[in-house]
Ligand binder design. Sequence first.
Ligand SMILES: Nc1nc2c(ncn2[C@@H]2O[C@H](COP(=O)(O)OP(=O)(O)OP(=O)(O)O)[C@@H](O)[C@H]2O)c(=O)[nH]1
Ligand SMILES: [Mg+2]
Length: 433
Amino acid sequence: MTGTKAVVAKRVDTGSADLEEITDLARSAGYDVVGSLTQTREEDAAYGFGKGKVDELAAVVRETDADVVVVDNRLGPYQTYNIGQKLPEGVEVVDRFTLILDIFGQRAHTRKAQLQVELAELRYELPRAAAKASLAKRDERPGFMGLGEYDESRERDIKSQIANIKQELDAIADKEETRRAERRESGFDLVALAGYTNAGKSTLMRRLAEDLDVDENEDLHPDLQTTAESQDELFTTLGTTTRRADTGMRNVLLTDTVGFVSNLPHWLVESFQSTLDSVYRADLVLLVVDASEPVEEMREKLVTCHDTLYERNEAPIVTVLNKADKVDPEELEEKKQALTALAPNPVVVSGLTGENVAELCERIEADLPEWHDERLMLPMTDDTMSVVSWIHDHGHVDAEEYTDDNVMLEFKARPEIIEKARSKAADLSVAAN
Ligand SMILES: Nc1nc2c(ncn2[C@@H]2O[C@H](COP(=O)(O)OP(=O)(O)OP(=O)(O)O)[C@@H](O)[C@H]2O)c(=O)[nH]1
Ligand SMILES: [Mg+2]
């Protein structure tokens, strides 16, 4: 798609239209943005924009020799069609959702990601299938008999494809839920990075996971990857990447995932359910915000993130104001104050320079579900040492004393781990008697 020329356009009811994000999205999709156009007026039923504005748009397209018009509004199928009719032959009209789906399609490298993109595309197409067929009828082949039947069969076809994909995604989601349970049983705390796209999640992920040996866990956790790309582009990360993070005492598995963006329809967010599950079902969420942006922008993006998290999220949230290296401390303090209602007690860091990352680690440890203290006396048998090392692996041992007949352990761990340790200790006692 590189070299494809695009004109971006946006209509707002009031105020002035901001083209920055749609331009970034278009670039991220690989378009060369060669022109732009905005309009402030209420929606026109036939074109979205006013009719005269569409003529202007056509002129810009001709001047710039553009191949595509990217519209940052929700366009109905008939509006898309009508705009297309006014543009030079062959120029495509793409709306915000189609554009985002394009980007996702380009970045989807795993089966799961591909299925999710396909699901979203089908959900987008479903309500349009009938309209398309009726437009085709009106436009091209007025006498063609089979069309009425054709559009129904296309709709049926889409519905059955949606059902199949959902089934496959449900199976993947079940597997992942099982894996999360296994990881928790192995003593890991699951921490997820969430936030608006381009906030710096992947950069922070690499910073937190930097001195870790992932290799030794690769067999245990097959989705562990060593790379989490960062780029100054929207939606660099689409699938999930999980790595071990060294935050101190706890065994943390950190998951990086897809960024949020505003104005996404419900069906699109739902299509990414199984990716977002790693956020919703985490033990702790780090909500990353780009602190170098104007405070109003930060506020809007925080609201978008909260909206996406609101319904399903189960975990406590720590807000992370990232890119502190780009903001002077006074300004940062003002922003912090202005955002307290949305982001109480945030941690300020720079994923790029590593500034304050130690403080973030402390917060992660403090806000994770609590570990409890336990004291166990283990009788000395052939299996005792393997239980001792199991407790070392799954919790934090504060004290360890050996006598001829016993081992005394004082440790901290998650409540489930303590339960398991107790039952292991009971098994040892049975074996010893
Ligand atoms: N100055 C500065 N730049 C940063 C910092 N963290 C990230 N960046 C830059 O911000 C851009 C986006 O970073 P990513 O880590 O890819 O952001 P992301 O949140 O993973 O983005 P998506 O995966 O696209 O949702 C990159 O160009 C990073 O180099 C930071 O602390 N300071
Ligand atoms: Mg990323």
